[in-house]
Design a protein around this ligand. Structure first.
Ligand code: ING
Length: 337
């Protein structure tokens, strides 16, 4: 069977030049949010960074995962008498506490991406669902997209052996798709924290045309199952996002809730990464900090239309195992000789 197909038969040659599709995008890193910090206080911090970014003509500002509250999955809430789990979720977006953020963004003409804990209205069975969610809001204040975290790390039951819990699998249901949207002059996708460690995330988004992938994260430095990874947290975080950017010809914006939050040291190092895989903006500190860059979405074509021209070079007919299997299946032992 000839491997030359009609995509390959298409005329090739040097990339055609075209005008830039420039966008000034900012990573708005948050320092720690305290256990009982009111949303109004956090929203004030978000607005302060939004105003700083807008004064620099930023058009899109990206906030972290679960930006409105402390990272509550670090606690087994049932064991904490003064913690009401529902307090950490938003049952409407915007709601009374977040409306000022939407109003300010619209007044400034700046779009934003915001991570929060979502509690849905009752479904037809009267059940409410809980997701680790991110929304994309355009410069006119409209919510153009919502993403629900697909890869939930950690555990579901209380594991007292850990210095702190990571109960995302108890407090959230997983999302099950990777949507993309036409916005900000290009095609935008979103992912959340642990999603960034899985190559499937970036490939699924890039198969939806994503040129810009926005990722909020809360990453504790200490990884209880293997503390040898603690010293590698920054390297691993950049490694996976840089690889995801390069292998899919997309810009990636990774934004931390960093610093020490309720005694837990969390990775900062928020960044903006070009389709080349190079980091083009990086925060210097671990607190509230805005880092921005001018990105030309046309640059994605340098990779999407050459090395990673999916419809020419990908071989989905050889990738069946990627969706047929969840875990590894090793080959049988070699026959005795
Ligand atoms: N946090 C972490 C993340 O994937 C984690 C979980 C921590 C994994 C440390 C590995 C090491 O960045 C979230 N919220 O997914």
């Amino acid at each position: 069977m000839s491997l030359i197909d009609d995509a390959d038969a298409a005329a090739s040659g040097p990339l055609s030049e075209s005008g830039g599709r420039w966008l000034r995008v900012a990573a708005a890193q948050l320092g720690g949010v305290a256990r009982h910090e009111p949303r109004s206080s956090v929203v004030d911090r978000l607005i302060a960074m939004m105003r700083q970014a807008a004064s620099a003509d930023v058009e899109l500002i990206v906030f972290p995962e679960l930006a409105l509250t402390t990272f509550f999955p670090r606690w087994y809430v049932e064991g904490e008498p003064d913690l009401d789990l529902d307090w950490f979720y938003e049952s409407e977006m915007p709601g009374p506490d977040t409306q000022p953020l939407f109003d300010e963004a619209k007044a400034l003409g700046i779009g934003f991406c915001l991570g929060y804990a979502e509690l849905t209205p009752p479904d037809e069975d009267g059940r409410r669902h809980r997701y680790n969610t991110q929304i994309l809001v355009e410069r006119d204040g409209t919510i153009v997209g919502k993403y629900r975290k697909v890869h939930l790390p950690g555990h579901r039951e209380h594991e007292p052996w850990r210095e702190f819990q990571h109960l995302e699998r108890r407090y959230f249901e997983p999302g099950d798709d990777f949507p993309t949207w036409r916005a900000f002059g290009g095609v935008v996708g979103m992912a959340i924290c642990n999603d960034r460690r899985w190559p499937e995330t970036y490939r699924a988004l890039a198969l939806g045309g994503a040129e810009l992938i926005l990722i909020g994260y809360n990453t504790p430095i200490h990884y209880a199952p293997d503390p040898s990874q603690n010293a590698l947290q920054s390297f691993h975080s950049h490694l996976v996002m840089q690889a995801g950017a390069y292998q899919n010809g997309a810009f990636v914006v990774g934004v931390a809730k960093g610093g020490t939050e309720e005694g837990v040291e969390s990775l900062a190092d928020s960044c903006i990464i070009a389709p080349s895989g190079r980091i083009i903006a990086l925060t210097a500190h671990t607190g509230d900090e805005v880092a921005f860059a001018d990105i030309d979405l046309e640059l994605c074509r340098n990779y999407k239309e050459t090395l990673f021209q999916f419809d020419r070079y990908r071989r989905p007919e050889a990738y069946g195992v990627l969706t047929e299997r969840r875990g590894p299946v090793s080959p049988p032992p070699l026959p005795e000789t």
